[in-house]
Design a protein around this ligand. Sequence first.
Ligand SMILES: [Zn+2]
Length: 563
Amino acid sequence: MSARRSGAQPGGTLATLRAGLRRRYRARLSHARVWRRELPTEIDFWADYLRTGGGQFPDEFRTRLDPASVLDDPLVADRLGSLPGDPVRILDVGAGPMTSLGKTHPSRGLVITAVDPLADRYDRLLGEAGIVPPVRTRACRGEELLEHFEPGSFDVVYARNALDHSEHPMRIVENMVRLLAPGGFVAIRHYRNEGETMTYEELHQWNFEIRDGHLRLWSPRADHDLTRALAGRADVEAAQHAGSYHADWITAVIIPDPTARAEAVPGTGAPSSCPLCGAWLGPAAPRLPGRRCCASCGTQVTDPWPSNADLSAAYGPWYRPAQGRFGALGDALLTRSRGTLARRIDAAAPPGAILDVGSGDGTLLRALRARGRRATGLEREAGDDPDVHPRTLAEMPGPWAAIVLWHALEHLPDPGATLDAAAQALPSGGLLVVAVPNAASLQARAFGPRWLALDLPRHLVHLPADALLSALRQRGLRPERVSGWRGGQVAFGWLHGLVGLLPGHPDLYDAIRFPDARRAPMTRDRRTGTLVAGAVLAPLALALAGAEVALGRSGTVYVEARR
Ligand SMILES: [Zn+2]
């Protein structure tokens, strides 16, 4: 996607005001939503471009169509001599209908592959315009490159004015690096701060710039340091060049360090790469109390990583005692809410057996069976139920009509692999139901290390809702229903947090549990005081929960995704 609209901006106060408003509006929209919503504008742009022979860029149009055009982007051309193999295999990511790369080189043979998420739509436009491009673009999202190509398949992976349009540019760069063969390099060329220049119109949503020598990728919602994210694994040579009247260029050549290997961080047993998106979690990974953060997708990984002994202790008998966790009222509420969940799943899933991963005390299994479903559970330890097994999802190939991950994913060491297994175990039309705490929620932010759903060390990973949704889509699981309420515990998360702000940090969750089910003993007076505080603060917690859900930053996220 290289030829862009002219940068001519209407001047004046009104335009500045409008730009400011749009910037603030965009700050509230997830990158995924912008991407989905603005795709048609990209198609319109190219339809225009093809119909008018390149519009204001007729020379560029001719070059793109010329099979003898010489590859002249110095970012790539100047480095071709250092590459080992011949021909040189080049991948253009986000190429649009016809790659902008020249097709020939004086001394090297070139094999160019071009991908773009909209390739199918472009094919139709090309057909209508009667154009046969020298390299036909294949349909593939940058976030899904590794599903279409083997790692090590290319000598050069290139992107020009494309990553700033995407949902997850950090993940795409990560994928681009992984596709490199030994000795290869990634080359990216983008207008400086294009999102800002275009005031976040249409698909423009990210900005490239160089700060303190580091390549930064930022938006009104995020700020990534690419140089740091790749530190220890690849060198990033970033530079700014004079561009057109429109903007300067920011270029970067990323060269992997051949000695770097993704090893476990010594002494901790912690994963060396993000358990959701696979990006490397180097020593430079940003930290929060008790967690390391993936610079690519925002997933947080519990750190220090608990040993098996730590986990056995953390899931001790107090966690789920035989006589129940809460009073009769609490357990009745739990049974009712699982009944509602069972009804939803039964209605939405095709006929067949259902697998509940992390089935706990079996409340959902019983509710599903009461509706006539065969229901199998997975738990750390098998109990009396012969249909509950101490196995992983990968060991239960199915096919399953539905797979339920109700507050389970965050307890598993490798949610990415679990979602892979789920996608494989579901037939076409099968249903995946996921509920997790939302690490990007307002309550997570408000309460930090005291947030109820952080639940260290039992929660090994802490997923932002956006990262989860995009991980589902990457696996061909189409989210049909996303809810901030249905995941449960939204209001209670606030209430627990608010009560915990009081002197002595009283623990409301312990106070509502049976004495044997508490994390720590509690005197009667303290318990009464805590419950009273909870009752007083309940209306405030409810209001905050409502606001959080309305803003799309709910404490939990519930997703029904269809295979
Ligand atoms: Zn990640």
